[in-house]
Design a protein around this ligand. Sequence first.
Ligand code: C5P
Length: 223
Amino acid sequence: DAPKPLAGKKAVVTSGPTHEPIDPVRYIANRSSGKQGHAIAEALAQAGADVTLVTGPVTLPDPAGVKVVRIETAREMLEAVQAALPADIAVCAAAVADWRTADEAGQKLKKDGSGVIPDLKLSENPDILATISKSGPMRPGLVIGFAAETENVTAHARAKRLRKGCDWILANDVAPATGTFGGDDNEICLISGDDETSDERWERQSKTGVARALSARIIKHFS
Ligand code: C5P
């Protein structure tokens, strides 16, 4: 049997997009595939962790050996994550919609021929990473987020780490030319400190490679 260095550790991982309903048949969403979050959940489970994966709508199969909770909205994701606490490790890899419609229409919005265009009012969604990073008895020991940026990647990611209050940020470049968003590869810089001396630049690799590298780094952190 493979060694299980994370045996006895609980982990919660978020993955995929969220869907924010406009009316019963329409929603606001984004292009997140869930590949990175699902791969991380699987890698942590392979290392022996007890993993809950909270995922928005994706077309991926459930990772092996993981408890999967399916949600649609950001608010449902926050609720499911909080229900999975306490945990030793939290990895927020989901692409949570920043905004939802302020009031979901109970019936399908109709195009009635008058040319009147619905005026969608938005409100801000909860920030799951920032919420669980707040100090308190339920804060996971190691909270990890992602910063998908298109420019000044590490500087923006470092600021994001402080703003969110998480321990590590995995910074990645999602400029369209990189093909990262929805693609199979990822190039990561792990940011764990206030300045660049602690930055760890990982070679460009598959999202499963990134998941294994993160799992190895988490194992090192706990040993
Ligand atoms: O603020 P931004 O969306 O760039 O932050 C990205 C990080 O925050 C990711 O780890 C993402 O999963 C997390 N996040 C979250 N809840 C939100 C928005 C982002 O957990 N509402």
